[in-house]
Design a protein around this ligand. Sequence first.
Ligand SMILES: Cc1cc2nc3c(=O)[nH]c(=O)nc-3n(C[C@H](O)[C@H](O)[C@H](O)COP(=O)(O)OP(=O)(O)OC[C@H]3O[C@@H](n4cnc5c(N)ncnc54)[C@H](O)[C@@H]3O)c2cc1C
Length: 418
Amino acid sequence: MSAHPILVIGAGPAGLAAAHAIASCGERVAIVDENPQAGGQIWRGGPGRWHDRRADALWEALRGNALIEWISGARIVAKAGEGRLLLDEGGTPRDLAWDHAVLCTGARELLLPFPGWTLPGVTGAGGLQALVKGGMPVAGKRVVVAGSGPLLLAAASTVRKSGGKLALVAEHQPMPELARFAAGLAISHRNKLAQAIRLGASIGAGVFHAGATVIEAKGDTRLRSVVVRRNGRDTEVECDFLACGFGLVPSLETAMLFGCRSEGGCIIADSTQQTSATGIWAAGESTGIGGVDKALAEGRIAGLAACGKAPSAQDLKARTQAHRFAGLLGKSFGLDKALRALCTPETIVCRCEDVRAAELMQHTGWRSAKLQTRAGMGACQGRVCGTACQFLYGWEAPGLREPVFPTSAAVLARLPDD
Ligand SMILES: Cc1cc2nc3c(=O)[nH]c(=O)nc-3n(C[C@H](O)[C@H](O)[C@H](O)COP(=O)(O)OP(=O)(O)OC[C@H]3O[C@@H](n4cnc5c(N)ncnc54)[C@H](O)[C@@H]3O)c2cc1C
């Protein structure tokens, strides 16, 4: 069907499921990921470290398959002309031809600014989890996990299993909201409820607090303690690390390169996972936050569709169920506008360029703020502060320019002159 292998971008659960479906249809597939190992966020670290039978089964089917080309440690950074993409492969440029692609580019963490959040020792919740999975030692270290969403429990569990001392897990949502979420899980997602109970049990008794918010990180050259507000009372908790995240936001950079339309921060995909761009399908967190089951179900359907094949009734049922869970997740962990008050005028919002809230508040939109203050002009290109400003000030999301990720001049030199 394709002159070139079908390109799958992202080797997380969605990408692996898509690649498996494509190879099962007898088509060639190239799977690109910036990480050296397949697995994405949840299965980070590669096959040797997975503890999920679904991951093992996928890997068993994929490894050594002659139809699959693995392009690991390579990030797509720009278009390189009609039907071609520019990759940064560890600093070396690579030009990749494509005519059909499945985007499985996942999500990143939503970080919200509060006093002290830029101190060394403060990370996102998933961010710390990724560092620990990558080998960063936390044994004996006091860790506070904070923010909102199911990722807090997963991150806390990883910290505990790696020998870290959990000083506190502070979930912003109050207990009645969490109870409603648990009731929703009990009705239609019992496996998820069991998983949440297992994770809750694994972090130890007495450390989880609902309706608790870290309002300040304190320290000198690094983090020393955090101030936690609960029921109007502030308590200071000593710690070595604070892992604080407020959920996930879809990664849209690659979709923007392909000209795919998005709405509400998610790639728009139809019932076959086809995007608004011809020959491009999308699956997983990039089409909306919903977790690993959604990624697997959508990835399979997108892979089949890219080969012109229809999904089975079972595939569709799995996706419907996963979308139901995504709906429950969104309803239960929506961002509370009260969190805007965490960011004081003195708080740094753009940490790449050290721009404080007081400077940003004088502007009416992202464009003017960017031009006058340099917010969003640093290495993250507004991925962190732009999303924060959307929440804090209701500004439109910053548009991205190529290269969509930072890269070297040597890589960019490969771009055609026009
Ligand atoms: C930091 C973090 C930690 C998480 N931890 C957990 C957890 O412990 N448990 C849980 O249930 N869920 C976790 N999640 C949620 C998780 O995203 C989903 O459950 C699941 O991994 C989604 O699968 P996916 O395939 O859609 O995306 P991902 O697993 O995120 O995979 C996307 C892949 O695309 C690659 N990629 C993106 N853009 C490019 C590009 N331009 N070029 C090359 N490669 C690219 C990325 O490197 C990544 O490997 C976490 C999310 C984040 C952000």
